[in-house]
Design a protein around this ligand. Structure first.
Ligand SMILES: [Zn+2]
Length: 358
């Protein structure tokens, strides 16, 4: 059946515009102005993005299954104590889905590429808030419950999602209307390394903030009130995987050691996705275990869960992030459209010379 389908042509690094280049990836590039159909077809052929897409698309269904299980089987909606878990699981479904869509459709045009990854960053911000909400209600060490830090923890996490999304979106083209407009990009020639540094900062900062209570609980706390229980081993696992995920994203290993050898299988972005998902899996197991084992104590001693302190911040985060994404996308949406043909020889020519529209 698949042999009857005509798959789109694949290009090498010299045949696509520089802005589509991936560090130390030499081959397997899709056409920089692919149609939506070609993008979907590329899921079933080997390109340098294929495993990036599948490594987030399949886990989306796993986390959705977990979410549906909690909602339907455990009747999570009726039990306010499980609402933080529902918020967290929703964010665990959204971020891999947004990422797999971004990787699928990012080669429709340079404009589409930027907008796709704006959504990817917004979804990661939401996941960082989901983590903060679930930690606040289930994972905070006994000693820190109801402290000032605990009371300000979620409001600060909401503010962090705004900072994170703005910084990550800014890292691509600068500020909308100031540094890029529908036909002018003032900031594009700036070093891609600087953009990458800003993106690492944008996601490392909320991650480190969210994990302050956990780092304290599992690495620093001594004596009573440290919540030193069996769940700590699961927290160690997801913290280790989170650091490995960051390491892979920052270093571009292993492809940097042998450019061209990991173009299709085994490059850092695929490993980054896999480690990120495994980390989320262990994080989910840990917070579920904390939720169940600590419930009697938390119900009596901690801040009660309400829609205003669990779902409310998540909805606010979604609204704020959509506004930020819209602002960063607006100049791109109102810009001129490339008119090059997408078929036959013209298509190859576009790929070779690059596209001046974005
Ligand atoms: Zn990715």
């Amino acid at each position: 059946m698949l042999s009857l389908i005509k798959f789109p042509r694949i290009f090498s690094i010299n045949q696509v515009p520089k802005v589509f280049h991936e560090d130390s990836i030499i081959s397997g590039y899709r056409h920089p102005r692919s149609s939506a159909t070609d993008c979907i077809l590329s899921l079933f052929q080997m390109t340098n993005e294929t495993l990036n897409i599948w490594t987030h698309f399949l886990p989306t269904w796993y986390f959705l299954w977990k979410l549906v299980t909690v909602v339907l089987m455990q009747q999570g909606w009726q039990d306010s104590f499980t609402w933080p878990l529902l918020v967290f699981l929703s964010s665990c479904c959204i971020y891999p889905l947004a990422s797999s869509c971004a990787h699928t459709f990012s080669t429709m045009s340079l404009r589409a590429r930027h907008i796709c990854f704006f959504f990817d960053y917004g979804a990661l911000s939401l996941y960082s808030l989901g983590s903060a909400i679930v930690y606040s209600f289930y994972a905070f060490p006994d000693k820190w419950l109801n402290s000032s830090f605990h009371q300000w923890y979620i409001p600060i996490a909401v503010a962090n999602t705004v900072i994170c999304t703005v910084l990550a979106c800014y890292s691509r083209l600068g500020f909308p209307f100031l540094q890029y407009n529908h036909d002018v990009v003032k900031r594009l020639p700036e070093s891609p390394k600087f953009g990458k540094f800003l993106r690492i900062l944008a996601f490392a900062y909320p991650y480190l903030f969210d994990n302050i209570p956990l780092f304290y609980r599992v690495f620093l706390c001594t004596g009573e009130g440290c919540t030193n229980n069996d769940t700590n081993i699961l927290h160690y696992k997801h913290i280790s995987l989170a650091f490995l995920t960051g390491f892979l994203f920052a270093t571009h290993l292993p492809e940097r050691l042998a450019p061209g050898s990991f173009d299709y299988i085994g490059h850092s972005h695929q490993l980054f996705h896999v480690c990120g998902i495994l980390g989320t899996h262990f994080q989910m197991l840990a917070v579920e275990q904390d939720m169940v084992t600590r419930r009697p104590w938390l119900t009596v001693n901690s801040i009660p869960v309400s829609s205003a302190n669990s779902m409310g911040p998540a909805v606010l985060c979604v609204v704020l992030n959509l506004i930020i994404i819209l602002l960063f996308s607006l100049p791109l949406l109102s810009g001129p459209v490339c008119k090059e043909s997408k078929h036959g020889k013209d298509k190859e020519k576009v790929a070779t010379k690059g596209c001046s529209c974005y």
